[in-house]
Design a protein around this ligand. Structure first.
Ligand code: ATP
Length: 324
């Protein structure tokens, strides 16, 4: 019988303290080979710290991390050979051309002669960098720079990619291009851990999402399972004629209704039931109370809703366990 495949990434009870600050506070997760996982959390949640430790650039205060079964702190050189790391900032190589930059890193990785040329050509083809070969890095757009960074992380054809906010600051076209490149890498069987604040974008690229909050993992699951409505509630988009303030106030004051999000023309509200009769009653009450409804329809739960629900549940649990 063949033994079960080792996870591509395994993090067990990771802690990283900076002085009194618990930046990562007991994080554990597993990522199977060939999957793309989104790492989601608010600013300061602990994403970069976790990723930097995985990329062998920092040490854990305690805990175990493995890449393809290899311990990250005990065998950093072996782990580096298996991972490609794309940091959230570019570094200071502004006076090099694209080709000089790739050549520099290919040499640093120890590639020589034709092998080095082949590796550089491969990543230039993949990330569409050939037309930019002689451009100075400080003349590249943000999107071109990100493609170069991704290309650099692929020079040694790593099994696992750790990408820290690769889409930050990109325009819509560059985002689509980047998403396409990441999907190709996934189809080639690479494992990708990718952080972002933009949930909808991650959902399109990722097989599953890992939510982190205040240094702790609060959820791991597929985007679909998160959107699936097991909350027992219904999300409704309402638009009104004229001023939206009356609608917002109404939503905050009314029974069975919660204001999810104010919009330019109205609001997204949550009705605490999946019963159509209750939804119909809500619409009837809105009209009776004088709101000028021009649009009222059920909407799929957004990932942001799921994320906020998880955070609210955690807060509620904390409040239950904290003595008054
Ligand atoms: P962002 O989305 O803003 O990049 P993040 O989830 O990546 O946030 P981290 O960069 O991991 O968050 O930071 C987690 C916490 O650790 C933050 O409070 C941050 O200020 C702190 N922190 C990170 N690096 C250091 C450091 N070298 N020294 C002290 N504190 C640090």
């Amino acid at each position: 019988m063949t033994p079960p495949a080792l996870p591509a990434i395994e993090v067990i009870d990771l802690h990283r303290n900076f002085g009194n600050l618990k930046a990562v506070d007991g994080v554990s997760f597993k990522i199977e080979k060939g999957t793309v996982v989104g790492f989601v959390g608010a600013n300061g949640a602990g994403k970069t710290t976790t990723m930097r430790i995985l990329a062998t650039l920092d040490y854990p205060t305690r805990g175990t991390l493995k890449v393809s079964g290899i311990d990250v702190t005990q065998y950093p050189a072996e782990v580096r050979a298996k991972i490609g790391w794309m940091p959230d900032s570019f570094g200071t190589y502004h006076h090099m051309t694209v080709i000089e930059y790739l050549d520099f890193f290919a040499r640093a990785l120890g590639f020589k002669g034709q092998e080095r040329t082949r590796r550089i050509t491969d990543v230039m083809d993949f990330a569409d960098l050939a037309p930019l070969a002689d451009r100075l890095i400080n003349t590249l757009s943000k999107g071109m720079g990100q493609r170069l960074c991704l290309g650099r992380s692929l020079l040694h054809d790593p099994e696992v990619l750790i990408l820290d906010e690769p889409a930050a600051g990109l325009d819509p076209k560059a985002r689509v291009e980047l998403k396409h490149l990441i999907r190709i890498l996934a189809e080639e069987g690479k494992t990708v851990l990718i952080s972002s604040h933009i949930l909808s974008e991650l959902a399109e690229m990722c097989d599953s999402l890992l939510f982190i909050n205040e240094g702790r993992i609060i959820h791991q699951g597929s985007a679909e399972s998160l959107k699936r409505d097991d909350s027992g509630s219904t999300i409704i988009r309402v638009e009104v004629h004229g001023d939206t303030r009356a609608l917002l106030e109404w939503a905050q004051m009314s029974p069975h209704v919660k204001l999810k999000e104010g919009l330019k023309e109205g609001a997204r509200i949550e009705v605490d039931s999946v019963d159509d009769q209750i939804t119909a009653d809500v619409l009837q009450r809105m009209i009776k109370d004088g709101l000028q409804i021009i649009e009222f329809h059920r909407e799929e739960r957004k990932l942001e809703d799921a994320f906020i629900d998880i955070l609210e549940n955690i807060e509620a649990q904390k409040n239950q366990t904290t003595p008054a």
